[in-house]
Each structure stands twice: as structure tokens, then as C-alpha cells.
Design a protein around this ligand. Sequence first.
Ligand code: NAD
Length: 430
Amino acid sequence: MDLVTTPLADIAPRVNAARAAYDRGVTKPLAWRVATLKRMRDLLVEREDRFLDALAADFGKPRAEAWLTEIGFTVSDIDHTLANLSSWMQPEKVPTPLAFKPGTSEIVHEPVGVVSVISPWNYPVQLLLVPVVAAIAAGNAVVAKPSELVPHSAAELVDLLEALHEPAVATVQGGVAETTELLAQRVDHIIYTGNSRVARIVMRAAAEHLTPVTLELGGKSPAIVSRHADVALAARRIAWGKFVNAGQTCIAPDYVLVERQVHDALVDGLAAAITQFYGSDPRTSPDFTRIVNAPHFHRIEKLIHSGTVAIGGTTDADERYIAPTVLTGITRDDPVMGEEIFGPVLPVIAVDSLDEAIRFVNDGAARGDKPLALYTFSGRDADNEAVIAGTTSGGVCVNGTLMHISNPHLPFGGVGESGMGAYHGRHGFE
Ligand code: NAD
């Protein structure tokens, strides 16, 4: 399917129309925010099958997984927002120093104006719509641009937002040229999700208008497995977090640091989990996603040549299939450790102690690579606490993977190279 692109000359008028709606005060009342979010929710639920078809057409995303991580995730974010919005909007009373009595003080949550949402391809629905939900909840007009790499999903997303028939909700479709034109417009906040190279372009463009940015980026998120972990459980949860969406998940465990005593047991556990999830030939599994496009396929395929293939390793360029793959005997200098993998390839590195694992993560952080997510597996609280205290990351999940982003009470965002700012639930509203 060819991507529909917005004519460049239409982009400024769309942003202006959204701003005009904001200036008329359309977006500020609670009633408008609630009604718009409810219609968005209804459309998403009504069109669930269309979205699941689009995600399958774009990169073979299995329906159950797509429902859970895209439709269900977004619907539950809207529900959480609808349930809490009026209380979030209440002014927050704060104490007033005695000298200013009988005066009172409060913090009022005001919208900022027009918010641009620029999103990537890997979870196209939730990564476009959840920021849009936050922007609308906060009383803003919004201009949403999905990723050009998933044209079927992008078309559905734009169609859904246009079906709201709200001048305050605008869309732009396209790639670099259209995003560049969108970035040239003056808006009041930009939330960009994607890679850190483009984030620099976004931030430079934002600087022209002194526009604040939320940057949701990626990087190498480690999983650390202590010798005191339930190793089979850790293996299953790491395998799930890694191979869902074929590893094309910003918070997927990128690599594993495991205490040497349980290295072999962990690799055995990963093999068992992969067979349990995807059968003995994952290529024929209805539950395993394909790589989004040929350049990403070839980039990931090259990374398999690091170390020793312990599990998987097979590929098929025609299908853009890369088997769930586990590599052992990896060192920091191997190519697979030189970039975010963003595919179904999991390097497992043996360490002599948790301290060595912490140093390993911090060596990466010292080069600017602070993880978006970090996973620590141990049956001993002291181990998990030492890992948390000894490292910095956007978020941590203990004895699990990915789950922390599903708690709408937690802010989701990165630190350093993995991003700035955060959203989800009230944090997005703020
Ligand atoms: P992508 O290629 O779809 O690009 C993201 C957006 O940037 C798209 O809308 C695209 O049109 C735009 N873009 C691309 N090049 C541009 C340019 N030169 N100028 C202006 N705009 C441009 O997605 P991607 O960046 O490959 O996404 C994968 C990355 O995103 C990974 O690093 C991943 O970890 C990260 N990610 C982070 C999160 C998060 O929530 N923190 C979520 C998903 C993905």
C-alpha cells in the first residue's frame, strides 16, 4: 500500500485551524474533552477489526498481541483518563505563608495550546493515540502525525481522528518532508516518540520557537539476573518481553547480564519458553511478528553474527522473518552491543557478580546510554534494591518485564539518551 501524504502546502493551514479552534476556547471545557475522548474510544472499539487487519498487513502483528498492546492498552488509557479527568482538572490548593494571609494559593492546570504528536511505527496505535489522549485531556488542540513506515495503520489512525470532525484535532501524514514542515510550525508542545537521532532534529526545530518537548526515545535496556532468581520464571518473563512484537519494543530487554552460576540454566529456560510460546518452528507460529521493513531486517540480521548462536538464528528475507534468537559468548565490543537491537535477538552475557552487572550498565550510561527500562530478577530484595540504587533508568520492573508501563499511575519516560519528560495517565495530562 502506498502511503497517502499530506500536501506540504496544507500543513500550516491545518496547524492554524487547530490553533483557531483552541483560541475560540473549543477545547477547554471538561465537556468537550470528555465527549471527544468518548467518541475516540467508541471509534476505536467499533473499528477494532480494521486496526487489527492494518497491523497484520503492516508487519504481521498477531491479532491477540495487537489487541492487548494496541487497542486494549489505548482503551484502558482513555478509560483511566475519563474516570479521573475532572479531579485532575481541579485547582490544587497549596499552603500560603502566614504573612500573606488571609490570601490563598492554588495551582491551576491550564492547557498550553496546540500540541504536535509525532510517532513511530512499532506500536503505531498506542504511541500516536495515548499522547493525543493526554493532549486532549489537558484541553489542547492537537496535530497528530503517524509513522510512514506502517501505511495501513497510519491510514486507519488518520481516518479515525478525522472521523471525530473536530477542527481542534488535525492530522498530517507522511515522512521526513512532511514532518520537517510540521516541525517548522509554531506549536506549544511537541511529543515525539522515536529514535534519538531524529529527536535531535525535533529539539533543534523546537528551539526556533522555544517550544517545550517531550522526547520518548529508546536505547539498550538491560535485564539483570541474580543467582538467587527463580531462573525459569526469569527466562519466561524475559522471553515474553523480548519476543513480543519480535523485539521491536522500546522497553524490550535488549540484553541480559546473568550471574555465571545460573547462565546455562537461564539459556535452557529461554529455549523452553520460546518453544512454549512459538512452538518448535516459530516461523509457522501465528503468534510471532515480522520485521517492519527490509532495511531493519538486514540491520538486525547482521547482529546475529556476534558471539555464538545458542537458540534460533534462522532468517528469511522474503518474509522478513528472524527467529527468536539467543546469543552467548558476547562481549561489550561485539556489534550487537553497539546499538539498540530492536529485533528478536537477545545477547546473554555472564558476569561474576551483581556489582559487575551494575558496573556494566553504568559504563554504558557513562557513554550517554542511560536505559529507558531496566529489569532486575532476584528472589532477594537486597539484590533488587542494590541494582535499583546502583543504576539510573527511565523505569524499573522487578522480577518482570514491560509490565511497569501498564500502570497508568506511573510516569513513562526516559532519562538522558532514552528521553526527557514523561506521560501516561495524570503524567500525560500534566
Ligand atoms: P520512525 O522511523 O517511524 O520515526 C519516528 C517518527 O520520526 C516518524 O513519524 C517519522 O516520520 C519521523 N522522522 C523520521 N525521520 C525524520 C527526520 N529526518 N526529520 C523529521 N522527522 C523524521 O521510528 P523509529 O525512530 O525507527 O522508532 C524506533 C525508535 O523509537 C527506537 O529507538 C525505539 O526504542 C524508540 N521508541 C521509543 C518509545 C518510547 O515510548 N520511549 C516507543 C517506541 C519506540
